[in-house]
Design a protein around this ligand. Structure first.
Ligand code: MGD
Ligand code: MGD
Ligand code: MO
Length: 663
């Protein structure tokens, strides 16, 4: 989210130093422990610098170097054979976020795969649930400018570990606090952010919606709503009020484990303090009822009218703001598909897709870039099983031999951020970034866009849209901003970034009013008003009685990236299974004891870490380690649930139940 500004020092064509750009208004010259050693990452001896062709069994990780022309010819031949036999939809492109650059994240690939008539993916591992939940209430993907948090009186960090995952926001929170703001953290784990809070509220995982319904119960009961704002700018207040009347603080307390007194106090403080700012990100979306959680959260500032104030409102990803000056629809050229149908497959359930024997045509050619799905998709065993299929041809573009790349038939070497020119929209602040190439790519690495141009040539395609240059793509996508200033300074603020979102009470819905009741949700068979539905993990099971959370825990990892490098993994603690003393004692486990973490999907072997960060019944295992770096312990997504979220097409990673045994 922080999309930092940085400066690279180059000597004789070699990058020797990378530092934060002190002029960047948001990241202010600070880089994090992930990126501080980026230059070492660029020149790492482990880096893939030539195309590779598989020379061993799938998944074994044995490859031989190949020329670009050999590798491209092989990929084109296999792709043509598959398309001729089964049709274009047998090809599946799978790309996550990569470096989040405008071109490198997703641009020419859309044209190439349209030309093939490939399948497409729906849903996402990150962000679409929070967005779709929020949109149900506000009608807009936009949320409050995070930097406005400096003007808040009351700050709620809800399901986000700011000091770890969004660290450049923390100084702004400290500034607000120095002016008297109170900081509340709501998280099932006592995180490093919770440690610094004025008040830590610890609901049982996945029960926040009950907590919020009870807060709204108190707010309505005690007449703490902004009545004018509600009357003029919302629809469905009566229906919402009828729902929350049953959600007494006592009832919610029994469900979420936060005392009724605390719920009363929290509701009154939140509604009474102006401006009150809610900051959330992604962690709480990874649940069966994740979208409902965000939909309900967006009702809180709506009832209290907190949107009206600078320093109020609700901030999640602010990526949608960039649509004002970045039009990525110019990358779409659906007509290249020549009217061929393009089947949509769930992005998040790669394992199910690859092992589904009823899928016609089955996926026989898989392209993966910008991601590491063996480790980041849920239910990894199924992903591996799919990747092991003999009749599947897998192409990966990567910087390193990840656990996913090991299953490739062909790997193409990918350039890194400082080797390619790109524009960088952020999702944690409102500055558009310019990323100038500092050095030429190492070895034979190429930017993703160049890979797709080369693949188009190898496929024998001739449509000029497939070969557009990076500069031309950038020029066609940007509008309404000063490109010269962008290139000179490295960043520009978005034109409307000073706006206090929804302060005029005009929301993004068809009626312009916030939807406390949503007929749109009702028409999709979803509850029309915020409704608490108990998750499978809250219900629990006799066989697997512990809820397992697997959030980001390490300052030096970006998801799974970096964890295999010397300045990163070895300097972090873990992996481990963390639990409270009573859960450990009940299993005869001491601190450091070897434990097996088990459920119906898989098993991990991990040392026990006893802590006071978790309530009884909840364990946590850090996410991000590579299989190869662990001695037979497995990866945490071996265990996680691949069930879909309520809506928004995400994953219920955190609604996973396990049992822990002494090993
Ligand atoms: N150091 C570091 N920084 C990162 C990343 C990284 O891997 N490492 N990854 C980046 C990425 S891709 C993302 S998406 C962001 C994510 O940023 P965040 O959303 O801040 O991080 P997460 O760890 O996904 O989850 C945040 C918190 O959600 C909590 N949570 C889980 N379930 C619930 C629930 O039911 N209710 C509530 N209230 N909280 C819940 C978890 O306990 C966790 O502490 O971080 C980014 N920044
Ligand atoms: N259990 C559990 N699972 C989770 C999460 C969790 O909290 N818990 N978090 C989820 C979230 S929020 C996210 S965002 C996903 C992340 O899922 P992924 O995006 O699959 O994970 P990353 O580890 O970020 O992998 C990015 C890969 O892209 C490569 N890469 C970077 N830049 C480029 C480029 O320009 N070109 C090419 N070709 N490759 C590039 C990197 O080398 C790296 O291997 O994981 C999700 N999975
Ligand atoms: Mo993410």
């Amino acid at each position: 989210p922080d999309s930092c500004g940085w400066q690279v020092t180059v000597e004789g064509g070699v990058a020797v130093k990378m530092r934060g750009n002190p002029a960047h208004p948001y990241s202010a010259g600070e880089l994090c422990p992930k990126v501080n050693h980026f230059v070492e990452r660029v020149y790492s001896p482990k880096r893939i610098t030539t195309p590779l062709v598989r020379d061993g069994a799938k998944g074994e990780g044995v490859f031989r170097a190949a020329t670009w022309s050999e590798a491209l010819a092989l990929v084109a031949q296999k792709t043509h054979e598959a398309i001729n036999k089964y049709g274009g939809e047998t090809v599946l492109p799978w790309s996550s976020a990569g470096n989040q650059g405008l071109l490198q994240m997703s641009s020419l690939d859309r044209r190439l795969f349209a030309r093939m008539g490939s399948s497409v993916t729906t849903g996402a591992l990150c962000g679409s649930v929070a967005k779709n939940g929020f949109v149900a209430t506000t009608g807009s993907g936009r949320s409050t400018n995070p930097m406005h948090i400096v003007d808040a009186e009351y700050i709620v960090l809800w399901g986000t570990n700011t000091r770890l995952t969004n660290r450049h926001l923390w100084p702004f929170i400290e500034e607000a606090r120095s002016k008297g703001a109170k900081v509340v953290v709501v998280d099932p784990i006592r995180t490093i952010t919770a440690d610094e809070a004025d008040w830590f509220i610890q609901p049982f995982p996945g029960t926040d919606t009950a907590l919020m319904l009870a807060m709204m119960h108190v707010i309505i009961r005690d007449e703490l709503c902004d009545d004018d704002f509600v009357a003029q700018h919302t629809e469905g207040f009566a229906e919402l009020a009828a729902e929350v009347v049953q959600w007494t603080p006592e009832r919610a307390a029994a469900e979420c484990g936060v005392s009724a007194d605390d719920i009363e106090t929290f509701a009154r403080e939140y509604a009474g303090a102006q401006p009150a700012f809610i900051r959330t990100m992604i962690g709480a979306e990874h649940r069966e009822n994740g979208a409902m959680l965000f939909r309900t959260m967006a009702c809180l500032p709506t009832l209290t009218g907190s949107w009206k104030h600078r320093g109020g409102g609700l901030s999640r990803s602010v990526g949608s703001w960039f649509n004002d000056c970045v039009d990525d629809s110019v990358f779409d050229f659906e007509h290249l598909a020549q009217g061929k149908p393009r089947r949509a497959l769930p992005f998040t359930q790669l394992g199910q897709v690859l092992t589904d024997t009823c899928l016609t045509p089955s996926v026989t050619v898989l392209y993966v870039w910008n991601g590491n799905p063996v480790l980041t998709c849920p239910n990894s065993a199924l992903t591996r099983e799919g990747l092991l299929r003999d009749d599947l041809f897998t192409v990966v573009s990567e910087q390193f031999l990840t656990d996913t790349a090991k299953y490739a038939d062909v790997i193409f070497p990918a350039a890194m951020q400082i080797e390619q020119r790109d524009v960088v929209p952020a999702w944690g602040h409102l500055y558009l970034g310019w990323n100038e190439a500092a050095i030429a790519p190492v070895g034979e690495c190429v930017p993703n866009t160049e890979l797709f141009r080369r693949l188009a040539t190898a496929m024998g395609y001739t449509e000029p849209e497939l070969f557009e240059s990076d500069d031309s793509l950038i020029a066609s996508a940007l509008h309404g901003i000063d490109i010269e200033q962008l290139q000179r300074d490295g960043f520009v603020p978005l034109p409307n970034s000073d706006e206090v979102l929804f302060s005029d009470g005009i929301f993004g819905t068809a009626s312009g009013k916030a939807q406390l009741m949503s007929t749109d949700l009702a028409s999709r068979g979803l509850p029309s008003v915020p409704t608490y539905v108990q998750s499978s993990s809250r219900k629990g099971s006799a066989e697997f009685p512990l809820v397992m959370l697997t959030p980001k825990q390490h300052t030096r990892f970006l998801n799974t990236s970096y964890s295999h490098l010397p300045q990163h993994g070895p300097r972090e603690e873990g992996p481990y299974v963390e639990m409270c003393a009573s859960d450990a004692a009940a299993r005869g486990l001491d601190n450091g004891a070897a434990a097996r973490v088990v459920n119906e999907r898989g098993e991990m072997l991990l040392p026990v870490k006893i802590s006071t960060r978790l309530p009884e019944g909840v364990v946590a295992v850090p996410f991000g380690w590579w299989d190869a770096s662990l001695v037979n312990s497995g990866n945490v997504n071996d265990l996680t649930s691949d069930a879909h979220t309520d809506w928004g097409g995400g994953v219920s990673y955190h609604d996973t139940l396990v049992q822990v045994f002494s090993a």
